[in-house]
Ligand binder design. Structure first.
Ligand SMILES: Nc1nc2c(c(=O)[nH]1)N[C@H]1C(S)=C(S)[C@@H](COP(=O)(O)O)O[C@H]1N2
Ligand SMILES: [Mo]
Length: 252
């Protein structure tokens, strides 16, 4: 089903589920239940708001599809990345022992974690698909620790609505709502297909969000911030992708 058809269907579904007709009412409902995404520039006629609200209400806490080991792609395609800076190469040469993940913002206990610290946390592995908005995809096993565990340890303050994550690459950052951040399949990934996560695929640390498109899966992350509003970040749209016409909420 094409994206447009699916979008129409779920939009109509939302209005129907609400027992009303007319998209304006669905949009009002979205706003009432806090389902207005940061890339929405006004509620009326905002397709992104309706898509986000409809998907959130219909998908709820559903799981991304997991695959059998036999379906792991033989030649996963790594989207090219910017050449690593000297500082990164030096850390790589030292086996990333000095890689740090800072967790701050609206949390009770700001913290800085090494990969060794992260590896003491519960391990989760999943065989899921990465789908790029440009049309290709691959299936791999992802090994890491659920983001929810780190957020629980840091203690989200009341009013924290989004988790912003950024990487050593200046423009590579994105954000998730709390429901996606706390989802059991949302991982801080350190391994892939039984080995360490290769640099080409985002090693040593990558955000793995299997329920959303590839671009939400930022590579080389070193900073996580909890915030009440995306207005404080970049152009206030939740990431750089909406600046180029891609949705902030990239549910698959
Ligand atoms: N730091 C960083 N993360 C990134 C990107 C990037 O260019 N830099 N590209 C994104 C995009 S658009 C996609 S589709 C996926 C691709 O993941 P892959 O390289 O594992 O195939 O990574 C995402 N994460
Ligand atoms: Mo992508």
């Amino acid at each position: 089903m094409s994206l447009i058809t699916r979008r129409r269907l779920i939009t109509t579904g939302l209005a129907t589920a609400a027992g009303v007709s007319g998209l304006g009412v669905a949009a009002k409902l979205s706003r009432k239940y806090g389902l207005v995404p940061p890339d929405c520039k006004g509620v009326y006629g905002a397709g992104e708001t309706l898509t986000y609200a409809a998907q959130r209400l219909l998908i709820g806490n559903a799981m991304a599809r997991e695959f059998p080991r036999s379906m792991i792609s033989e030649k996963p395609f790594a989207n090219p990345i910017a050449p690593p800076k000297e500082a990164f190469k030096q850390m790589q040469a030292r086996g990333f022992v000095d890689w740090k993940l800072t967790v701050d913002g609206m949390v009770e206990h700001p913290m800085t974690l090494s990969l060794a610290d992260l590896k003491t946390l519960p391990v989760h592995s999943q065989i899921t698909e990465v789908s790029c908005e440009e049309g290709w995809s691959y299936i791999a096993e992802w090994i890491g620790t659920p983001l929810s565990g780190v957020l629980n340890a840091a203690g989200l303050k009341p009013g924290a609505n989004y988790i912003v994550y950024s990487s050593i690459e200046p423009d590579s950052w994105d954000s998730l709502d709390i429901s996606e951040a706390m989802h059991p399949q949302t991982l801080l990934a350190m391994g892939m297909n039984d080995g360490d996560l290769p640099v080409g695929f985002g090693g040593p640390l990558r955000m793995r969000v299997p329920r959303q498109l590839g671009y939400k899966n930022v590579k080389f992350i070193n900073h996580i911030t909890a915030t009440d509003s995306m207005k404080h970040f970049g152009k206030g749209l939740g990431s750089v992708n909406p600046e180029y016409g891609y949705a902030w909420f990239a549910g698959i």
